[in-house]
Design a binder for this molecule. Structure first.
Ligand code: KIV
Ligand code: ZN
Length: 497
């Protein structure tokens, strides 16, 4: 059996069903393009009959991406299928995903039907969908709680009707990994025409088993996994793409492969989190802020000597550029020096010793030391060393006017002034600065936070810039958030210039 596992991303369908996570078409296109870069095989772009917005998104995503197959969800209802086929008309490769419930709850209560009628309705839907596309996936909703013998009969009938992929959803997240794996194995061994279709997993995380169930599924013969970024999805979510992909990558012994470019994982995770307004929990596997963070001195020492002592995945493999060393009172000089270098400070030993002394005093009173704290600790050196200083600036912004900014800086003693327009006052100010500093930088992150602990300043701004292979951070705090932004930007740029 081929060992390629197809990655079916349903962030834009099952993920988007989460209350508060809805995206507009432009945002969906942005996510879809990033999913294409990530290398997913199939993008489930929406449920076209459900709303004109969903219909339009499937149309526009079909136009915007080339490589992945675009999939549209339907019920086993003719009208749904016609509308889905219409929405897919621009897709280079389109797939209709149709299906019906197969557990007693669905057959008798939700659908007020009987097992034979369900098979007929499912097969009719698959045949009808095949009139529009060659690629038809069938889902047996609540397969997790469906009887295996009956499920095998359903699957056989759907493949005979023309289904190319059979989805075995654990819709309620009920199964245990052994149970779900046995279900897949049962289908592989008892459906006579199973070799004519790909079996797919679709697991929900109600008991925290989604990733384990998905892996158990592929170990037992499934070759497609339905997943979402950051595990977004109904209730406790769906299987997280990043967890399955990295489990496969870390366990070479399993001998599975995917086409995912893992270096795009963090970028995709951040984009989805930002656009869907769903923060990622700090300890979330692979993509959480703390997923590669080491805070104890012993771990830090081990990691700085040999990363693999405490890491099974190289953070760089998933696109994490930053150091994973979290500074606390238990950290040593080596960890401090390392972090300062990441922030762009190359201090000699004498200065490191000075900063370390102050660092220990501060670390005793705080749980962990942030980059901003370090900026303050090296503050007086930094001010002397900073090559770009803000002299003055002025912005014009408001309703019905084009935001513009005029910025005057002191660049190593030379006064320069530039004006630029932008999408907003911050963008305009950054553009004006870019005009004066002729180097190619990309703004990777721009974060505004309220200061909550006993300061007169009301806002702090953190920016992350990249230039060639280098990443630098800048920090600014001020009562005026625009001033803080410009300071942070200049602070970061100074480390590159
Ligand atoms: O969880 C589920 O059963 C689903 C189907 C519609 C595929 O999302
Ligand atoms: Zn689902």
């Amino acid at each position: 059996m081929d060992n390629k596992v197809y990655i079916f991303d349903t962030t834009l369908r099952d993920g988007e069903q989460v209350p508060g996570c809805q995206l507009n078409t432009i945002e969906k296109i942005e996510v879809a393009k990033q999913l294409e870069k990530l290398g997913v095989d199939i993008i489930e772009a929406g449920f076209p009959i459900s709303s004109p917005g969903d219909f339009n998104s499937v149309v526009e995503i079909s136009k915007a991406v080339t490589n992945p197959t675009i999939c549209a969800l339907t019920r086993a209802v003719k009208k749904d299928i016609e509308v889905a086929a219409d929405a897919l008309k621009f897709a280079k490769r389109g797939r209709i995903h149709t299906g019906i419930g197969t557990s007693p709850y669905h057959i008798y209560q939700k659908l007020n039907s009987n097992p034979e009628e369900i098979i007929e309705r499912g097969a009719a839907a698959v045949k009808f969908a095949r009139q529009f596309v060659d690629d038809v996936e069938f889902y047996a909703e609540d397969a997790g709680r469906s009887d295996n013998e009956y499920l095998a009969r359903v699957v056989e009938a759907m493949i005979a009707a023309g289904a190319t992929v059979i989805n075995v959803p654990d819709t309620t997240g009920y199964c245990l990994p052994g149970e779900y794996g046995e279900k897949i194995a049962y289908l592989m061994n008892n459906v006579p025409n199973v070799d004519k279709a790909i079996i797919s997993t679709h697991c929900h995380n109600d008991l925290g088993m989604a990733t384990a169930n998905t892996l158990s599924g592929i170990i037992n013969g499934a070759r497609q996994v339905e997943v979402t970024l950051n595990g977004l999805g109904e209730r406790a979510g769906n299987t997280a793409l990043e967890e399955v992909v990295m489990a496969i990558q870390a366990h070479k012994d399993l001998d599975f492969k995917t086409e995912i470019d893992a270096k795009q994982i963090i970028k995709t995770s951040k984009l989805v989190s930002t656009l869907m307004r769903m923060p990622v929990q700090a300890n979330k596997a692979i993509v959480g802020r703390n997923a590669f963070a080491h805070s104890s001195g012993i771990h830090q020492d081990g990691v700085l000597k040999n990363r693999e002592t405490y890491e099974i995945i190289d953070p760089a493999d998933v696109g994490v550029k930053e150091s994973s060393i979290v500074l606390t009172a238990r950290s040593g000089r080596a960890a401090l020096k390392h972090r300062l270098e990441v922030l762009g400070y190359k201090l000699d030993q004498e200065k490191i010793d000075q900063v370390y002394k102050n660092f220990l005093v501060l670390a005793d009173s705080k749980k962990d030391i942030s980059d901003e704290d370090l900026e303050v600790l090296v503050g007086h050196e930094k001010k002397e060393e900073r090559v770009l200083k803000l002299d003055k600036f002025q912005v014009i912004c408001g309703k019905s006017c084009i935001p513009s900014a005029t910025v005057t800086i002191n660049h190593n003693g030379t006064i320069k002034t530039e004006t630029a327009t932008g999408d907003g006052p911050v963008d305009a100010a950054f553009s004006a600065i870019k005009k004066m500093i002729d180097i190619d930088v990309v703004l990777e992150e721009y974060l505004v936070q309220a200061i909550t602990r006993g300061s007169d300043d009301i806002g702090k701004v953190h920016v992350q810039l990249s230039h060639d292979d280098r990443t630098v951070h800048g920090f600014g705090a001020n009562v005026d958030i625009l001033t803080a932004s410009v300071w942070a930007y200049l602070d970061a740029l100074s480390k590159i210039v």
